[in-house]
Design a protein around this ligand. Sequence first.
Ligand code: ADP
Ligand code: MG
Length: 602
Amino acid sequence: MEVIRIVVTGLLVLLFQQGLIHVALLWAAVAFGLYPLVKTGLSDLLHERKIGTEIFVTIATLVAVFGGETVAGAVLMVIILIAEFIAELNTDRARASIKALIGSAPQVALVRSATGERQVPIAALRPGDVVLVREGEKVPVDGHVVHGSGSVDEAVITGESLPKSKQVGAPVFAGTLLAAGALDIRTEGVGQDTTFARIIALVEQAESEQAPIQKLADRVAAWLIPVVLVFLVGVFLVTGDVRTVVTLMIFTSPAELGLATPLVMIAAIARAARAGILIKGGIHLEALAKVDVVVFDKTGTLTANQPRVVEVRVASEATDEAELLQWAAAADRRSAHPLAKAVVDAARDHDLQVREPEAYEQIQGRGVKAKVDGREVLVGNAALLTEHGVGLDTVAERDGRTRLHVAVDGRWMGVIFIADTLRPGAAEALAELKRTGVQRLVMLTGDHRATAQAVAQAAGIDEVHADLLPQDKVKAIADLMAQGHRVAMVGDGVNDAPALVRADVGIAMGGGGTQAALEAADIALMQDELGKIAVARAIARRAYRTIQENLFVGVGVVHVLGIVAALMGWIGPIEAAIIHLGPDVLVFFNSVKLLRVRIQGA
Ligand code: ADP
Ligand code: MG
């Protein structure tokens, strides 16, 4: 329809210039061409109380037509239609490229059943069903490998293009591609319950959020228009020349203001998605570009999320190591905390039976409180025990190991030591952040100060706050912001979620992190690599700079030159409209350039 409109109106202008048709037909063509502009213009005016480009162009065209410059008006309108069409096409293409990057998940699965194999729609799958995936097929569900092996391309989830080898017991994700081998997968999540579906939802949500700079552009446009109108009326009163006024209108229309940012945002979000970084909206790009303090959670964020129990020490003769571990494992069995997993794994490794707790409660930033065999078990930091009136001795710190104290029925039973290594490349990643202009790196943790300091030193953190509850983390962030800093928070746990929301930018570890953190964050790293933060920041800064370039070159320079040229009488409306296409094209190329930009580490 847009193309037809452009071709028909353009053709009629040509025919009229050749003297082949009556001027009435040209008027009809103008009306036909103006229709969509008037429609969006009026709807913006009524619903958003904003005078947009469309109204501007409409007025310019009408002034030209009624001022006796019918051809100029019609040409102007056709060119604007073309410009809008290009802009729309580009936005659509950028969107499509995001979707294409993400791909799609299969809608049917091959299920193993008593009678053999059957193809079923994924909606009919139940958790526990075993689905078969053959070489070259996409995985239809989230689950674990129960049979076979293969290598899986997980780029859609993690951005990592090297295929990953999968053996029995390995997790696999819907939407990923089995590059080689054959896998039997036990279904755990289907459809909307898959990581893949969540990623799609995030990206769709990303498009609907506006960046502050965009709002600024809208505000400037709203303010500029009345000024411009007064200016134009003034020019008309002085010169009495319709042509000059129409020419000026073309250069004073704030068209590129609207175009200069959204395209950049979409391109940047797509570029980041390709690097395994999900940005939930353009607004966060701007915030990330301006960040000067980055705050990290410790456990699961700076550390590798593979903690191991390295020592168990009993506090009295009343118990032994195995029993202590058994109590702790039973209490921690229902917890999703990375430390809990280490405790349960250690118990299993020692062939200890892990009982099911009758009641269980995770106390954020402290530990767990559970009822096991009718007895109250506490597992967590010293503060947890103290707050429950349990007395305990101080335990000497060594090597930055995390201590989990265990109490049963109000009696301190002993300590479990957990070694949690720094994520590979953490120190380099943090150093890189500093190179991109981050001034201060801060750690906020619920763990003990001595442990926290050991990790902080190894990672290159400037400042440590330990023994924090979730609300303390929020307060620490709020304090930094009150000092005038722009703060990014990086976290993985349920206990980080409030802080992720409070910070200017929340960044979640998307792989090993919790769903709560993922939802609270503005940016998710699909591979838990700290290096991706610097990559995200590089993309954000680049995007921000591109927007500034667009506004400056596209809007500033071209328009100022155009206005001067029009006032001097060097150019008429048609030349103006043609020149006006220039910044549109410039802005476009400048923006999509971002899609292909190479970024170190991405
Ligand atoms: P971080 O802020 O570094 O991610 P958390 O706030 O998650 O750490 O945990 C802080 C402390 O609380 C841990 O060091 C541990 O002592 C204790 N803790 C939290 N959850 C558990 C759990 N499920 N089992 C045992 N201890 C826990
Ligand atoms: Mg954590």
